[in-house]
Design a protein around this ligand. Structure first.
Ligand code: S3P
Length: 435
């Protein structure tokens, strides 16, 4: 499947983008391991979160779909999972695999975790290392790559772990393994990362403390079922925040978006560039802050992106690079080496596409320099099987002078099912065709 985009257009109207991917994964995990029935609304029915859902079904958890995004999870308790009859396939999802790794390390049975070609090329040593310190036994392919074979029946011991990189997946993996460990498990992070695991654990009645940046929990407790309302994913909203910001005449309202402060780097960075973004109707839903976001066109300027914003906007850089391409002057990103180990090497994949469109850029080890403001061309873009690369270049068409063909877009369904229809409704001239 490929996207064909005609140049130009404006972005207007109101939309609710699909549910938050991070929270959707976690809602299945904690719901499955809770005692009682958890009702989830706003669940992202994208391939990634559905793969996590299937993994729990394969371990004996009954999960009912009541309607779009509405799911009942009949929890089996922390010790209630059954051995799956085969490998658990987590598809494209790094979050699924890394968090499941922590949970599976605490089971009495062996599990094999696998995924697609992209996931099987991603580093898992970052979770294998702390779990091994806790007493887990995990075999991998060369270089810590999946498939992973996790031996059951090992008793885990709580540890303190200083995260070597700012990663919510690694933090969450260690904390989730900590549910099964003797004693206390604690982590510190080099910079704050998304804290959905901590918030959701508390929502399930599990005490998680954060004292001066040391996040910890005591093993051996219980999770109590609860209701979870998953807000719209700010990472999906980001495509349209940029779309409206770069297109004269645009005025857009995105409703019920999660604005957890560990996720709002995209708002902060766009505002520093001059974007016109206002939050309305701010409220708290199930322990997570939510708002409606209004965004109107405004001329953007290039900036030096503050490094403290990097972990808070880590998934939004592909589309932020498009904003930078449309901004006047130079944008510099540094301290973002983590972008190289996402669903693709996002620095290299974006630089390749920007080159195709004629946007001057220079790749750095840990970031990129983009000189914005010159005309944006067209051409064929390769996505490297990465959903966010595909959607970012679709948005670029709004300011392009020629047609853009985004090849190989199937992975968009991992995080944003219905992206093309929603984008079309708001004014993007996008059609889908077989490639
Ligand atoms: C996620 C954490 C981030 C992010 C990913 C989702 C999570 O990954 O890129 O899309 O849900 O915990 P890292 O922990 O590798 O930074």
């Amino acid at each position: 499947m490929e996207f064909k985009l005609l140049p130009g257009g404006t972005i207007n109207g109101e939309a609710r983008v699909p549910g938050d991917k991070s929270m959707s994964h976690r809602s299945m995990m904690l719901g499955a391991l809770a005692e009682g029935t958890t009702r989830v609304t706003g669940f992202l029915e994208g391939e990634d979160a559905l793969a996590t859902q299937s993994a729990f079904r394969a371990m004996g958890v009954e999960i009912e779909r009541l309607g779009e995004g509405e799911v009942l999870v009949h929890g089996v308790g922390l010790r209630g999972l059954k051995a799956p009859s085969g490998p658990l396939d987590l598809g494209n999802a790094g979050t699924g695999m890394r968090l499941m790794c922590g949970l599976m390390a605490g089971q009495t049975f062996d599990t094999v975790l696998t995924g697609d070609a992209s996931l099987c090329s991603r580093p898992m040593g970052r979770v294998i290392d702390p779990l091994t310190l806790m007493g887990a036994e995990i075999a991998s392919e060369e270089g810590g790559r999946p498939p992973l074979v996790i031996s059951g029946g090992n008793s885990l011991q709580g540890i303190h772990y200083d995260l070597p990189m700012a990663s919510a997946q690694v933090k969450s993996c260690v904390l989730l393994a900590g549910l099964y460990a003797r004693g206390r498990t604690s982590v510190t992070e080099p910079a704050p990362t998304r804290d959905h695991t901590e918030r959701m654990l508390r929502g399930f009645g599990y005490e998680v403390s954060n004292e001066n940046g040391v996040i910890s929990l005591q093993g051996g407790g219980r999770l109590k079922a609860t209701d979870i309302d998953v807000p719209a994913d700010i990472s999906s909203a980001a495509f349209f925040l940029v779309a409206a910001s770069i297109t004269p005449g645009s005025d857009l309202l995105l409703t019920h978006v999660g604005i957890n402060p560990t996720r709002t780097g995209v708002l902060n960075i766009l505002r520093l560039m001059g974007a016109d973004i206002t939050l309305k109707n701010e409220r708290e839903v199930g322990g997570e802050p939510v708002a409606d976001i209004r965004v109107r066109y405004a001329p953007l300027q290039g900036i030096d992106i503050p490094e403290d914003q990097v972990p808070l906007a880590i998934d939004e850089f592909p589309v932020l690079f498009i904003a930078a391409a449309c901004a006047e002057g130079r944008t510099v990103l540094r301290g973002a080496e983590e972008l190289r180990v996402k669903e693709s090497d996002r620095i290299a994949a974006m630089a390749e596409g920007l080159d195709t469109l004629g946007v001057p850029n220079e790749v750095l080890d840990d970031g990129i320099i983009i000189d914005g403001g010159s005309p944006i061309g067209g051409g064929e873009i390769r996505t490297h099987m990465d959903h966010r690369i595909a959607m970012a270049f679709a948005i670029a068409a709004l300011r392009a002078e020629k047609e853009i063909y985004v090849l190989d877009c199937d992975h968009v369904a991992t995080s944003f099912p219905g992206f093309d229809a929603l984008a079309r409704g708001l004014g993007l001239q996008i059609t889908v065709q077989a490639d």
